[in-house]
Design a binder for this molecule. Structure first.
Ligand code: E4P
Length: 215
């Protein structure tokens, strides 16, 4: 499973890139608003230049024509831009049209297997099941990831499962073991992945022994 950062914060993205594990970035209108970036086009251009992998930027139009227009504009900002579209009939129609124009798409806000099937049949390159939000609503978000991986394998579908709304390290572990192609997570979740008390204790011991040898 590739690791993406779910963030519109350039400092976080630069830090994660320097860690050497980051394969791409997802954003959404909430994350962009949180950073106060009104210059959305410049922001996407900046992100596209900074990140060597896919950069996901979401449309905000409500109808398919508007989404296609926005999608084409976003895609023109960088060769690695992936256009995020909501899982609605308008979003799916836009997905089909953008896919036929060669623009990679990510159908987002996916909460059911049927939505994942529709996204794939509309030509989505990626589908984003929202694990944490399903958990919040009392469902099993990770089960949807497992089901989508199975569904796509069973039917030879090339759409990639991008497990989204991963809120803690256990989500990441389970999504990876379920066979998700990509997991996207906030900076704090990514930061936690490296932590283990035995690593800290082991390192402390190594350093103490080393200091003693050299004292
Ligand atoms: C993914 O593309 C979404 O931006 C994201 O994972 C949503 O996460 P949240 O449910 O924690 O807001």
């Amino acid at each position: 499973m590739l690791l993406f950062l779910d963030s519109a914060n350039l400092t976080e993205i630069r830090t994660a890139l320097a860690w050497g594990v980051l394969a791409g970035v997802t954003t959404n209108p909430t994350l962009v608003a949180r950073e106060g970036r009104r210059d959305f086009e410049n922001f996407v251009r900046e992100l596209s230049a900074l990140v060597p992998g896919p950069v996901n930027a979401e449309v905000t139009a409500g109808d398919a024509d508007g989404m296609v227009r926005q999608g084409r504009e976003l895609a023109a900002l960088g060769a690695n831009v992936v256009v995020k579209l909501p899982c609605t009939w308008e979003g799916l129609a836009a997905c089909r049209r953008l896919a036929e124009a060669g623009v990679p798409t990510n159908v987002t806000l996916v909460f059911s297997v049927n939505q994942g099937l529709l996204a794939a049949r509309a030509g989505a390159a990626y589908v984003s099941p929202f694990v944490g939000r399903l958990d919040d609503a009392g469902h099993d978000g990770l089960q949807l990831v497992r089901d989508l991986v199975r569904l796509y394998n069973q039917h030879g579908i090339a759409t990639k499962v991008l497990a989204a709304s991963l809120r803690h390290p256990r989500h990441v572990t389970e999504a990876a073991l379920a066979g998700a192609h990509i997991g996207t997570m906030p900076f704090d979740t990514l930061r936690q992945l490296v932590r283990h008390p035995l690593t800290d204790a082991g390192l402390e011991r190594f350093m103490a022994d080393w200091r003693q040898l050299n004292s």
